[in-house]
Design a protein. Structure first.
Length: 323
């Protein structure tokens, strides 16, 4: 979530970006980073050596559906907030040091109608890491007010299993979307491409550094050309929320979102928080967004943030699956 969110008003129901986090160090994770799984080392493994991770993918879907069902009755704040890991971050205009279920609930309850609202939460796509312990999903989260009004929204989520095997949110964002019909599933060709294409068990700090270096290169390349950068760093099956109510899938469709003269030099962003799967094939980063050159083009709102979920490609490079 990046360029298309810069004009969004940051309320409790339309959040995607915020301010720098407090210093934090744990298990060697850089300042601001979320705690990663215990590191290990091994050679890279070709996807042909990996059994399909259908079981973990199905378990993540079941956990999602159970939470989504609870959101349709009573209110949605409690079911959503309870999914956050103790170090999980709801990406909004608050500092990234605000973590866990209590911080998520506090943010959501800033809107006094939320505790009396239900929600319709759906998956467009989800997948898991090679070791089945990390995962992601994206799709729609529409909030339904007590009077029946609907606030259409989209969400991106990065998940991790805890020690007891339950899926929890490690990072989550929600933003407004244009009203309109929701696509209930990703295109068939995209669903067929799901799953790890290359996996590794390696030092998770090293993996996170690789992802952050790619994120910085992405931000720098946007300065030379917004369209070319968003196409270059997209996975072949990458997705981005389009200007309508749905998602654009694949590099060509993503590039079409940025066709025509750019309104300015594009935003600049800096990775501050992130984590990576122990299997070395999936991870995310988030951090503040700012104007590349003040006074040129649209300026991000105060506290704006980006949130990118990355997957390792067969050649070892990182490309985003959702931005």
């Amino acid at each position: 979530m990046r360029v298309l969110l810069l004009a969004v008003v940051l309320t409790a129901l339309s959040t995607c970006r915020a301010t720098p986090s407090a210093t934090r160090r744990s298990r060697g994770i850089p300042s601001g980073g979320i705690e990663a799984p215990p590191p290990g080392r091994s050679r890279f493994l070709d996807s042909s050596a990996l059994a399909p991770n259908d079981s973990a993918r199905a378990e993540l879907a079941r956990a999602f559906r159970a939470a989504a069902a609870r959101m349709t009755t009573g209110e949605f704040v409690t079911p959503l907030a309870s999914l956050f890991a103790p170090t999980g971050v709801y990406i909004n205009s608050d500092p990234l040091s605000s973590r866990g279920p209590a911080a998520a609930r506090a943010w959501l309850e800033r809107d006094s109608l939320n505790p009396r609202s239900t929600a319709r939460w759906t998956i467009v796509r989800h997948d898991v890491s090679a070791d089945g312990r990390d995962g992601y999903s994206y799709g729609y989260l529409d909030v339904i007010r007590p009077n029946g009004d609907t606030l259409p929204g989209k969400y991106h989520a990065y998940w991790r299993r805890n020690a007891s095997g339950s899926w929890q949110l490690l990072a989550f964002s929600r933003g407004r979307r244009v009203a309109g019909p929701m696509a209930q599933a990703a295109p068939e060709w995209l669903r067929d491409s799901a799953g790890p294409t290359r996996a590794a068990t390696s030092d998770t700090l090293m993996v996170l550094r690789e992802i952050m270096e790619t994120e910085r290169a992405f931000a720098n390349d946007v300065g030379a050309g917004v369209q070319s950068a968003f196409m270059k760093y997209a996975a072949p099956d990458g997705a981005k929320m389009d200007r309508g109510p749905g998602y654009s899938f694949g590099r060509t469709a993503i590039g079409e979102l940025f066709a025509g003269p750019a309104p300015g030099p594009g935003p600049f962003w800096t990775p501050e928080v992130g984590s990576a799967a122990a299997s070395g094939d999936l991870g995310f980063t988030t951090g503040p967004v700012s104007a590349r050159r003040p006074g040129e083009g649209p300026s991000p709102p105060p506290g704006a943030k980006y949130f990118t979920i990355w997957r390792r490609m067969p050649g070892g490079e990182w490309r985003y699956v959702i931005d």
